[in-house]
Write a protein of this length. Structure first.
Length: 227
């Protein structure tokens, strides 16, 4: 198990699943729902209807798109979407006093740019159970404790992004922070599908993978739209 260059891993992930590209209007919808969840409240059906009407997406298309990537509460309101959640997950993610969580460690790295805000993150290593703490702004990793912490990534043979459960199984159950390279290698021992890299390289990787959607997030933030 060794670190790999960000560009190499990006190519490998892109070869398996492609760079994240939902098209303009669905990307804008995803961004709006992310930013609405970040207020700390479930996103209601009425809110979604307003987003969809404003974007000119067919309601049936929007519903199918969102249901593949959202957690819902008993009222069918959205409480989590594509990495960002109001439910309890291992990776704690706080923005401007709003306490949330993310599905995997990598989500903590790209979501600050999507929200246009700095996040404070706490995440427990699955190996040592020690906590990795970091601060991530839209521009990069600002603080990291311990300083030698690393992140794991998985390169699956095939991907299934058709449901939240399949996303968790394919990616999230394999992507964690670790307090050191040695600890991560011990956890990943015998697995050829795992890659380990420094956290700042992980930030660059997620930035590249999500570059297409990020452009719409920046468009939204410049326009003053935050859900």
């Amino acid at each position: 198990m060794t670190n790999v260059r960000t560009e190499e891993l990006t190519r490998k992930l892109a070869a398996v699943s492609g760079l994240v590209d939902y098209g303009a209007e669905r990307s804008r919808l995803l961004v709006q729902v992310w930013q609405a969840v970040a207020t700390g409240q479930p996103v209601t059906g009425q809110q979604i209807d307003r987003f969809v009407a404003g974007l000119g997406i067919a309601p049936e298309e929007a519903d199918q798109f969102l249901r593949q990537m959202t957690e819902r509460d008993d009222d069918d309101s959205i409480v989590g979407i594509m990495g960002l959640s109001l439910n309890d997950h291992p990776h704690k993610f706080a923005v401007e006093g709003v306490r949330m969580a993310t599905w995997c460690a990598a989500d903590t790295l790209f979501l600050p740019a999507m929200l246009g805000r700095t996040a404070i993150i706490e995440s427990e290593s699955p190996e040592s159970k020690e906590t990795v703490r970091l601060t991530v702004s839209p521009d990069g990793v600002q603080t990291l404790e311990p300083a030698d912490a690393v992140i794991s990534f998985v390169v699956p043979e095939e991907t299934d992004m058709t449901s939240v459960a399949s996303i968790w199984m394919t990616f999230c159950s394999h992507i964690f922070f670790f307090t050191s390279q040695d600890e991560a290698e011990q956890w990943a021992n015998g697995r050829d599908d795992i890659r380990i890299m420094p956290v700042d390289q992980g930030f660059e990787l997620t930035k590249q993978l999500w570059a297409g959607v990020l452009s719409y997030a920046q468009e939204s933030l410049v326009g003053g739209v935050r859900g």
